[in-house]
Design a protein around this ligand. Structure first.
Ligand code: NAD
Length: 498
């Protein structure tokens, strides 16, 4: 167990072939300190693995693929059924790790594990879902298709959901018969480091799931490795684009989810109580570090009563890790970035309606900033356009629904968008015009849950155009073998006549 007081930071290892192992170049390997955002203290040291570690993981994953892919899907998911139980018996322990290394509050940590468990449930259902098609396409000729695993695949994940995002890919990738290399975020490597031991305990064979810790070198080695057949990435748009280009140069299958700037629109007929609660939960939950978090609220016309309720609710939130409290942001770099956007908005003439910056000065350690609400009058303010990734809501009063949709459509991302209204026709008008992959009506975090797939458009998603999770995940992690068969009936007719 890692130490929260920074006295004995745990030295992490990679997990290859069912064993925790030191990086190949153990004598020269560098380590990155992992800090807890509550205090900034070092709780672990994460190895910066090299291409040699990726090679080693690929070698064992390739070997494991032979036996694993030859098992039936029904057989493979038995271990996932046992793992699902283990996930819930260890939910408290895993939630504590998430709180420690990421800073989520207790209910957010538990919810993120349950959401991860949902993709496990989907994978467990695959024997019922992925049978191929078969049809007699002309007399005596049948066509059949079957899903075939790709081989060794890899997932590179961000810091903001230590367990949920790795579980967007892991269960479907392995249930469909692939073997996996996971590159966790160096900022939150502890949770998955523990989860792989539970996968082993559940009976997932050695070499089927491997962890290579690290940063850029490990990611580049994954993209470049000829034996890694497909790569998923989740993180900032800049890196998503780099990873996509690198993989595509080799003709590799790649799906890379990027950043977001999600717009919520409040129609004058929205329900003020439910809208204000939802908007505040959306922009301040997980300290705003969700790719589905609200970051811009466009009111149609001035809606003072709604703004007042949002400000009341946001300013009543407290820092901490109990359910309902707002946790810290991941690190100093992130805290400084968030603060700089608030300061720049203020300089540009925006009004800070709720100012969370006092949390930073009140807390003597860690990376804290309270929910902050900014009212902009200039559409060009940077905070209205860039991904800030903190508990900050930018509000702009648009003059009409046409102006609101023009602003939403003009943003380069395309993850989520939501309309708050009590009128079906208004909801339909916006839903059919939003430029976002995941749209909501009166739901600030419109995450499609299993069996639906998850994914945005534009600069929120790069690579081969499939979605992650659900049937998009199955499509991504398999290829279709089409078999056309003609046996003829002649011999049988002959035998029957004899
Ligand atoms: P990040 O891009 O900094 O890191 C993601 C992963 O890439 C990490 O594993 C990291 O080690 C690696 N990495 C970082 N820089 C790299 C580089 N130059 N070359 C190669 N690899 C590199 O992202 P983050 O800060 O960990 O996560 C937050 C971001 O993730 C936000 O932009 C958020 O919107 C996005 N996100 C998107 C989704 C989605 O579904 N679209 C979901 C979750 C998070």
């Amino acid at each position: 167990m890692s130490s929260a007081n920074g006295e004995n930071p745990k030295i992490l290892q990679n997990f290859i072939d069912g064993q925790y192992v030191d990086p190949v170049k153990a004598s020269s390997v560098k380590y990155i300190p992992v800090t807890t955002p509550h205090t900034g203290k070092i709780i672990a040291q994460c190895p910066v693995s090299t291409a040699e570690d990726v090679d080693k993981a690929v070698e064992v994953a390739k070997k494991a693929f032979k036996a694993w892919s030859s098992r039936t899907v029904k057989d493979r998911v038995q271990a996932l059924i046992r793992f699902h139980n283990l996930l819930y018996t260890h939910i408290e322990e895993l939630a504590e790790l998430i709180i420690l290394e990421h800073g989520k509050n207790k209910s957010e940590a538990i919810a993120s594990i349950s959401k991860g468990a949902e993709t496990v449930e989907y994978a467990i259902s695959l024997p019922q879902l992925i049978q191929g098609k078969i049809l007699e396409v002309s007399r005596g000729v049948s066509c059949q298709d079957a899903r075939v695993p790709l081989g060794v695949v890899a997932s590179i994940v961000p810091f903001n959901f230590p367990i949920m995002v790795p579980f967007w890919t892991l269960p479907i990738a392995i249930a469909t018969g692939n073997t996996l290399i996971l590159k966790p975020s160096e900022k939150v490597p502890l949770t998955m480091n523990r989860v792989v031991a539970l996968l082993k305990e559940a009976g997932i064979p050695d070499g089927v799931v491997n962890i290579v810790n690290g940063t850029v070198d490990a990611v580049n080695a994954i993209c470049d490795h000829p034996e890694i057949k497909a790569v998923t990435f989740v993180g900032t748009s800049h890196v998503a684009n780099l990873v996509t280009e690198r993989c595509q140069k080799l003709g590799k299958r790649v799906l890379a989810l990027g950043g977001a700037k999600n717009h919520l629109i409040a129609s004058p007929d929205c329900n003020i109580e439910t809208t204000s609660t939802d908007v505040v939960n959306s922009f301040s939950g997980c300290a705003g570090q969700r790719c589905m978090a609200a970051s811009v609220l466009l009111t149609i016309g001035s809606q003072q009563a709604l703004l007042d309720r949002i400000c009341d609710k946001a300013s009543n939130l407290k820092p901490g890790s109990k359910p309902g409290e707002v946790g810290p942001v991941i690190d100093k770099l992130s805290l400084d970035k968030i603060n700089s956007y608030i300061a720049e908005s203020e300089r540009a003439g925006a009004k800070i309606l709720v100012d969370g910056r006092h949390w930073t000065s009140e807390k003597t350690e860690g990376f804290w900033i309270g929910p902050t609400v900014i009212l902009h009058t200039n559409k060009n303010d940077k905070a209205l356009h860039d991904e800030i990734f903190g508990p900050v809501l930018s509000i702009y009063e648009s003059s009409s629904k046409e102006e609101a949709i023009e602003i939403e459509n003009g943003n380069p991302y395309g993850n989520a968008a939501c309309i708050y209204t009590t009128t079906g026709a208004t909801a339909d008008w916006f839903i059919s015009r939003f430029n976002a992959g995941m749209c909501g009506v009166n739901i600030g975090v419109p995450v499609p849950r299993e069996p639906f797939s998850f994914g945005g458009i534009n600069r929120s998603k790069f690579g081969n155009f499939m979605d992650i999770t659900g049937d998009g995940g199955v499509e991504f992690f398999t290829w279709r073998r089409k078999v056309t068969t003609r046996w003829g009936t002649g011999d049988l007719d002959l035998k029957l006549k004899m």
